[in-house]
Design a binder for this molecule. Sequence first.
Ligand code: ADP
Length: 460
Amino acid sequence: MSLRARLALLYTSIVGGILFLFGMAVYISVSVTLTHQVDETLARAANQIISTARAGTLGVTLPELDLFADVYIQVWGRDNQLESASMNIRSFDFPLDPDNLHATRPVYRDVVVSNARLRVLTTPLIIRDSNRIVGILQTGTRLSMIDSVQRLLLWVLFIGAAVSMTIAGLAGWISTNQALIPLEAVTQTALQITRADDLSRRIPYLGNPNDEIGQLIQTFNQTLERLEKLFNTQKRFLADVGHELRTPLTVIKGNVDLMRRMNCTDDESMDSIETEVDRLTRMVGDLLLLAQAESGKLPLAQQTLELDTLVLEVMSQMRVLAKDRLTLRLGEIDQVLVCGDQDRLKQVLMNLIGNAIKYTPSGGEIVVGLGKVESRARLTVSDNGPGIPAEDLPNIFERFYRGEKSRTRSRDGKGFGLGLSIAYWIVRNHGGLIEVSNRDPHGTTFCVWLPLSAGSCPDD
Ligand code: ADP
């Protein structure tokens, strides 16, 4: 059964159930009230007769019995003889309620007399002062008024319930329909995305973005956005890896062919092969490292490290790369102790300073600084190179992400777009954070935050 039909049925059943309970309550209370009124009328008539009846030597003297137009009255003697009756029942000489003819206390009963439903009150006729039961008084009245009121009430309740249930069902159907229209749009768009394999599509929603449907669509669109990014990264990864592998493999093959043709191992070809194999090995190593770091399985030592010493060590190594082309200098440096893995943190520093050297044009300046802010170490690597385009900044730490310019530039055989991802994950696995911002007027600052060591580290 469709969701629409189920919800419409649910609304109808709930309204039906409520109306049934409500109808029963109304029906019972109206019936009880009307019966109570009838009982009061019968009791009033009986009391009036009993209070004015007198006992004499010859028997009981009864008052006028025709005081109540629609009340039938019979007085029966102890010997089951009809003593007297009201005019409206004179021709009827059976007891109104034969079963209670010997009642010793007042009894109400519904009886059927000559196809008419009557309410009968049987009261023992006790004459004042004598305190003896001298007979039985039966007062009765027709229940036709109560019956017709009950019948009318039943009809009104039944028709009311039918109309309300129909309206509830229709309202449920229409409102569910309205609510489901945007969901149908979601389904259609999802189908189109699947058919056309086009993750760039988004689901439009003109309603309130904060209602349930709006939030569902927003979440769905966000998921699409993430998926699109993921697929693009993968596509780019495949293209990049394909390219990165093809160049060294072509070089290796060319050199091997050359050596075979010349029938000798020439040093130049061997060097070239070695360089390319190194490059391939580095790439595979980076990929494995990243896979480990991303899955949290990267083994990390937790030793007390003098970060300032590590910075100085890396700086002296990197100066070889900067040569005279760039100035690599130390900014403010503080003595800082952290818990961590020396080799991995060195790798982070080398990646950041290496990038600064790679992307800063000749004559530029790179400044490395280290300080403490509250309970964290703050390490900065700033350059005055071209900076990173604003559209690349949010993605710069993603795997295989390379700025458009570096994409072409990396043909020089250096970057794979993995360096910053590796740095990001290593810092994350140390409980730290890595940020990037562009400098004014141009240049980039990478900032690494690491928790300061509090005493000794686990692997000390
Ligand atoms: P790779 O350097 O191998 O391309 P990275 O992950 O190290 O990969 O860097 C990702 C991208 O970030 C680079 O392609 C480059 O566009 C950009 N980038 C990184 N560091 C800098 C920097 N100091 N100045 C300008 N751009 C940078």
